[in-house]
Design a protein around this ligand. Sequence first.
Ligand SMILES: C[S@@+](CC[C@H](N)C(=O)[O-])C[C@H]1O[C@@H](n2cnc3c(N)ncnc32)[C@H](O)[C@@H]1O
Length: 241
Amino acid sequence: MNGSSRGRTGVVADLSIAEIKEAYEGGEITGIWEERLIPERERSFLERCLKGLGELPTGLDVGGGIGLHALLLHERVPFVVHLDYSWTMCSYVGHTRALPTVQGNALRLPFTSGSFDVVMTYGVSTFVRNDDWRIQTVEEMMRVTRLGGFILISTANGRSLHVPPRRTQRLHTVDAEDIRMFVQRGLQHVRTAYGEAAPHFLFRTAWGRPFAQVLDATLGRSALFATQKAVVLQKLYPSDR
Ligand SMILES: C[S@@+](CC[C@H](N)C(=O)[O-])C[C@H]1O[C@@H](n2cnc3c(N)ncnc32)[C@H](O)[C@@H]1O
């Protein structure tokens, strides 16, 4: 397996695992991601994804980057582990988030089977770039989830009018075929959630913020307008399949 196999889109995935690592190392990368993510926006999306899932004592964020999602998950889940391939990201999380962080690969998660009640991933390159990697990432996430536990996968929303076509071609977005693949592997589709309709810059200005919040709360629930999409899946007991 490598980073150059041809995806379903016909686009050759252009990053090797070493290049992915390279792309996420370096002091400036954490600042870029801090700028890019708006905590309240991420919180409200995560809350909608996790609504009604019951008690979740343990969680894992795979490819957790600057640790914002892991931190928000921790508001709901008592014990959360952050994992990333990048030392820069892990060391940043270790210093700023007071969460356990593990440097590791989504393709070979360094945890025993059934360790977590909820395992999530947001926009991780091994998930979005390459078909083989995507399947292996899902299998690894499934393996470390306990029976009856949940998996949350978030990517850009390929059906959105606002996601530029070029980005949609280069980045795989979760689609119906993926969901069929998840179901074949023993996962049950719990829900699909959409979020983020307002342009990012509106959140950065005092006048734009209330307007952006209304856009997110209305159009951000729609498959056509939201730029972000997440699927929530449950790992079934073998007897329930
Ligand atoms: C686009 S960033 C997203 C970060 C975070 N999930 C978010 O939404 O803000 C992708 C992250 O995935 C990590 N990553 C990419 N491939 C990985 C792999 N195979 N195993 C673990 N982490 C990986 C990168 O180091 C980077 O921090």
